[in-house]
Write a protein that binds this ligand. Structure first.
Ligand code: GSH
Length: 240
């Protein structure tokens, strides 16, 4: 077979695989060409996406995977092979990071939840957007992960306790930045509600139990209460 013939065969295989991938996404998402589909579990990071949508006044089709998430089942792994939530399917496009989904939807709706590249506080916007997931949520996720471990030996339990204590210490240090930033501010950046507040609001919501809530300073505590009292947050948190 000539080189160009081989290239055609390879191109045909790639095309076939691509088509199959498209079909499976469409089939899994219903008529995804008409409306994006969000895969959701209450209290998971899909809350950020629902909150964003409520702030904007936009909708997507929500597929709830229930209280006991079905993340490891083949149907869901066909949507997101990583088995994580949330996932957004919009036509042939699939997005798997909660904040990327929020940004995608806010941008599509021209929302000022995004601080635009030409606004002076754009760098601070990106910094707080990432802080919410990479800095504040990270020790909370480590805590949740080790608390899921069952049937431990005393040695394993000692290791788990060490992780829990380390995560709590990290949190106690990390919230200091937030307390500092909130001096004289109702919102984190640009003097208005943005995706940065939604990003940080998610771990703050997770810090409701006294063990964690006691780590927050007075400004962060008041900020947390203000965010969680927003009607858009309340409506998002009520989605089953
Ligand atoms: N950085 C990702 C993290 C996704 C993530 O870990 N989601 C959790 C639910 S809130 C999950 O799927 N956990 C299941 C697991 O890790 O097995 C995002 O923001 O979407």
């Amino acid at each position: 077979m000539s080189a160009s013939g081989l290239a055609c065969v390879i191109a045909a295989i790639v095309l076939l695989v691509t088509d199959v991938a498209h079909l499976s996404l469409r089939a899994a998402a219903g008529d995804a060409r008409l409306m994006a589909t969000l895969y959701h579990v209450p209290t998971s990071r899909s809350l950020r996406v629902l909150w964003t949508l409520e702030e904007i006044g936009a909708t997507v089709e929500v597929k709830s995977l229930g209280v006991r998430p079905r993340l490891q089942e083949p149907e869901y792994l066909a949507i997101n092979p990583a088995g994580t939530l949330p996932a957004l399917i919009d036509g042939d496009r699939a997005i798997y990071e909660s904040l990327a989904i929020c940004e995608y939807l806010a941008a599509r709706h021209g929302s000022d939840l995004i601080v635009a590249p030409d606004e002076p506080e754009r760098p601070e916007f990106v910094q707080w957007l990432l802080y919410g997931e990479a800095t504040l949520q990270a020790p909370l996720s480590a805590t949740a992960r080790v608390r899921r471990i069952r049937n431990t030996t005393p040695e394993m339990q000692a290791g788990i306790d060490a992780v829990l204590s380390d995560a709590r210490h990290s949190l106690s240090m990390r919230v200091k930045l937030l307390e500092q930033r909130l001096e004289g501010r109702d919102f984190l950046v640009a003097g208005r509600m943005t995706l940065a507040d939604i990003s940080v609001g998610y771990p703050l919501n997770n810090m409701g139990k006294p063990d964690f809530a006691s780590l927050l300073g007075p400004r962060a505590t008041a900020y947390r209460e203000r965010l969680l009292a927003r009607p858009a947050f309340q409506r998002a948190a009520a989605v089953p």
